[in-house]
Ligand binder design. Structure first.
Ligand code: B1M
Length: 212
């Protein structure tokens, strides 16, 4: 069995205590960190999601798989990040109200940080008012990044963007959105400035928006 397959199996089974060592073993064998992330973890979470949808597993199994993935990402992080300087400015990131999914948001935060931004991570289930309050405390923020993983929290994403669009500081910030159910069309419709479908392209887009 390849080391990446081993990581994938441990993530799927939610073996949080074993995943870190398996990721390290894959790295020691010379596996590409991005490949470990994509094939060993992100693809595995899709499999976990499909099994949930088909009724083969339930919420607790999804949760332990997520915890295991987080342990793996901890080991991978220094190999993915190129070093943060914060020189490109501040970014606020959050998963919107009602949504508890944070793995994708954390990956986006990590990639944006390693692209050179200072990231303020407000966590999950974040109401629009908290995002606005955070901006007021950090008026030098350049980009606000919002993540939504559920079709049922797409309205909360829309409301948060609408609340930001109504603020007097709107002209000073860019708004980026993303998450599995989000599309470029939806981002345009709700008045966001940018959308990307994965963490690596989110970092590229953040640089572009900050420079615009
Ligand atoms: Co949930 N869940 N979940 N879940 N969960 C999904 C999302 C689901 C697709 C599973 C399924 O049915 N196939 C489904 C949503 C269906 C829908 O919306 N129509 C679902 C459901 C239904 C639910 C509950 C409602 C289940 C229940 O309670 N009955 C519940 C809701 C809780 C809530 O939020 N209020 C729930 C709960 C959970 C757990 C808490 C158990 C756990 C989350 C733990 C955690 O995050 N700490 C969980 C998990 C793990 C999943 C799956 C299996 C994996 C999510 C994940 O981490 N993916 C997921 C199935 C799936 O995704 N296929 C599923 C890996 C991650 C790297 O991808 O988050 O898409 P993703 O992020 C990507 C991109 O989207 C993008 O970049 C990231 C990296 O490439 N991206 C951005 C994300 N944010 C971005 C922001 C950007 C740009 C790009 O700019 C700002």
């Amino acid at each position: 069995m390849s080391k990446i397959t081993e990581v994938a199996q441990l993530v799927e089974k939610g073996k949080a205590k074993l995943v870190g060592a398996a990721v390290q073993a894959a790295l020691d064998e010379g596996c590409d960190p991005i490949q470990i992330l994509n094939e060993g973890m992100i693809e595995t979470m899709s499999i976990v999601g499909d099994k949930f949808k088909n009724g083969e597993i339930f919420v607790p199994e999804m949760l332990v798989a997520a915890r295991a993935m987080k342990k793996g990402v901890e080991v991978l992080k220094p190999h993915l990040a190129t070093g943060s300087t914060g020189a490109l400015g501040k970014v606020i990131i959050a998963t919107v109200a009602g949504d508890l999914h944070d793995i994708g948001k954390n990956l986006v935060a990590m990639m944006i940080e390693s692209a050179g931004f200072e990231v303020i991570d407000l966590g999950v289930d974040v109401p629009a008012a908290k995002v606005i309050e955070c901006y007021r405390e950090n008026p030098d923020t350049k980009i606000i990044c919002l993540s939504a993983l559920l079709t049922t929290t797409m309205p909360a994403l829309k409301d948060t963007v609408a609340a930001l669009n109504a603020e007097d500081f709107r002209g000073s910030i860019k708004i980026m959105v993303g998450g599995a159910p989000i599309t470029q069309g939806f981002a345009d419709e709700i008045g966001a400035d940018g959308y990307s479908d994965d963490a690596a392209s989110a970092a590229v887009l953040a640089k572009k928006l900050a420079a615009a």
